[in-house]
Design a protein around this ligand. Structure first.
Ligand SMILES: CC(C)(COP(=O)(O)OP(=O)(O)OC[C@H]1O[C@@H](n2cnc3c(N)ncnc32)[C@H](O)[C@@H]1OP(=O)(O)O)[C@@H](O)C(=O)NCCC(=O)NCCS
Length: 226
């Protein structure tokens, strides 16, 4: 009985130490989670129940191991994190401060991805590569960017600061700062706070199907005139 009580005390002590460690070293990230998620009621709730924060804690340790060239251990830790959180962050990725993944399940961040400060990712989003090329093959995300649920950002492209990627968008080209992008393939619908008139501004059309339809419409009009 005494042994059992001792084991329980040790487990409780480990739990409290872990809690204090996360509270101290991830204070800014916890605050960011509280700011970004209106449903978050307390620090304790975020520390204990938010898989996005757990994945970040694992990632920071795995990234330190990766920088020490302990690649296998780093990858092992990231796979453990994936098992428990459903979030896969490659230890080689570079992630800035106050990073928050809301809900989390299905998020994938590739090895050469770079993420700025104050970035928010929703569940199912991917910062991925487009093929099997080596070198920098994942996106660079600026600061203060929000990436909607299920959005895919693919290839060595740059998403400018303060941009908003809509849910389920597929982005395969650079996005300038202060833009909102929606659709497949992604098209800019808002820039510097102004709504883009997509039908008039052909330079902003990233959707080849829309472009072809509009060209056909123009030809039909020309033929009708003749
Ligand atoms: C893109 C988004 C940021 C809206 O930005 P906004 O600037 O307020 O855009 P609006 O609502 O004015 O919509 C602009 C146009 O894009 C369309 N649109 C908006 N979101 C879209 C999306 N995800 N996919 C496709 N089209 C979208 C709108 O229908 C509208 O089209 P219209 O001009 O033809 O009417 C938002 O819709 C979004 O997708 N947020 C992601 C949030 C998320 O993932 N939440 C998960 C919580 S669990």
């Amino acid at each position: 009985m005494v042994y059992l009580i001792n084991i329980l005390i040790i487990l409780l002590a480990i739990f409290v130490i872990k809690l204090v460690f996360i509270w101290i070293f991830f204070y800014a990230d916890i605050k960011a989670a509280q700011k970004r998620d209106p449903a978050a009621k307390s620090f304790l709730e975020i520390i204990l129940l938010y898989p996005g924060l757990h994945a970040l804690v694992y990632y920071r340790i795995a990234h330190a191991l990766y920088k020490m060239r302990l690649f296998f251990l780093a990858r092992l830790l990231s796979q453990v994190a994936r098992f428990f959180t459903g979030i896969e962050i490659h230890p080689g990725a570079k992630i800035g401060k106050r990073f928050f993944i809301d809900h989390g399940l299905g998020v994938v961040i590739g090895e050469t991805a770079i993420v700025g400060n104050d970035v928010l990712l929703y569940q199912g989003s991917t910062l991925g590569g487009t093929g099997i090329v080596k070198g920098k093959r994942h996106p660079t995300i600026g600061s203060n960017v929000v990436i909607g649920a299920g959005a895919k950002i693919l290839g060595n492209i740059v998403i400018g600061d303060n941009s908003y990627i809509g849910a389920n968008a597929v982005v395969i080209k650079d996005v300038p700062p202060n833009s909102t992008v929606v659709g497949v393939p992604g098209r800019i619908t808002k820039q510097d706070g102004k709504k883009m008139d997509i039908s008039l501004d052909h330079a902003q059309i990233l959707d080849p199907i829309m472009q072809t339809i509009e060209e056909l419409q123009d030809r039909v009009k020309d033929l009708e005139k003749k």
